[in-house]
Design a protein around this ligand. Sequence first.
Ligand code: HEC
Ligand code: HEC
Length: 397
Amino acid sequence: MKLRSIRLLAAVSIMTVIWLGGVALPQAHSQTRPNADQVFKNIQALKDMSVDDFIGSMGVMSAALGFCCNECHTNAGTDKVDWAADTPRKVTARKMVNMVTTINRTNFAGAQVVTCWTCHRGRDHPATTPALEDIYGPGPTAQDDVLPAIPGQPSAAQIFDKYIQAVGGAQRLAAVTSYVAKGSSVGFGGFGGGGQVQIFAKFPDQHTTLIEFKDAPDRGDSIRTYNGQAGWIKTPLTVLGEYEITGTELDGARLDAQLAFPGQIKQIFTNLRVSLPTTISDLPGPSSQTASEANVVPMQDRRVQVVQGSGPRGLLATLFFDQESGLLLREVRYSRTPIGRVPTQMDFADYRDVGGIKMPFRLTFAWLDGRDAIQLSDVQTNVAIDAKRFGRPATIK
Ligand code: HEC
Ligand code: HEC
């Protein structure tokens, strides 16, 4: 039996990305995106879902078991991979998908209470007996996804007001209706860095992140776009190349685009609640600290106010505001798949003055399949941006 430490997960996630390197990938371009079961060849359990949510659920499985893709898909990471071929582990995983659905349906009225993580916690074979050293050692620290409202806290509106004040005030924020930012992708653990980054943003909700790897032209660009209605992802070295996002990841893309213009933060969420203040810290190294710029002090332990809100189709987002400065330090948003939520975390640091408002120049991303950090060097506000910049990756440059 193999036991894998949860701490290894970060490394596993990065490997996940590497395993996919060099794969001859099925390309699936089309104008309207079909569902995953139409794009892929051998889908029996995860039906009726978008391609983005399907890929998200592969991330959920990998993270829950502490697996790389190739532990269920033989030869993932080589040109011999056949994603559709059934392996013994894949067959077991499929059974587990059906088991989880049945457990939730028969015991929890269909609510997604039990997921792969509930049992597996980073191991292929779940633990059956509590270890005494866990019982008497430091307890588990993970926060629940869905947080309760805790009385006695400032209201969400007060926390948002303090944030709006901290980044320049409503009036100055309203005067910024677009920006173009340039910087570099710092990457993690020696992988993924060295890209030239451009961010295009237009009020109220258009947003594009373009990362080009000019030193490694074979690698291809990494592009995420959202034009106010539709969104696309193009990632180098992955299964699909470019694809349109139509599932819950689309709601996440919209949220990120809206949060780029903080003046509207009070209008974005439904069901707002303020939970207990907590302490957050940088993601554990090796890597959140690999700033190429020596002057950047990474975010360390900070006391934060915690606000949670909901969006369309089960989107859930938790925002962490510095208790002292009022600045937004972290956004964790969860999109949904039938087998568990997919978390995406964004950390904001190195806030600098740009024409009277404060913007974070360091953006750190973590999701189930990888991590990246962007260090901005230049931001221009209120510049005209061609509408094409927010469209399909193939047409944005
Ligand atoms: C725990 C096992 C497991 C892991 C780990 C895993 N997968 Fe899967 N994968 C499956 C199962 C099961 C299916 C079939 C789902 C179904 O039948 O609905 C599948 C199907 C797929 C398919 C569709 C293939 C086709 O044409 O039918 C792709 C693509 C895929 N996985 C990619 C990935 C990627 C990329 C990773 C790593 C991020 C990954 N998988 C990790 C179990 C796994
Ligand atoms: C109720 C607890 C529970 C849940 C929930 C659960 N599993 Fe499991 N899973 C197990 C147990 C227990 C085993 C080990 C069975 C054995 O040893 O024969 C296992 C084994 C596996 C294995 C085989 C591992 C190996 O290397 O032999 C895979 C793959 C797997 N689970 C995938 C999943 C996936 C994917 C999900 C979510 C869709 C999931 N499991 C949810 C309890 C669970």
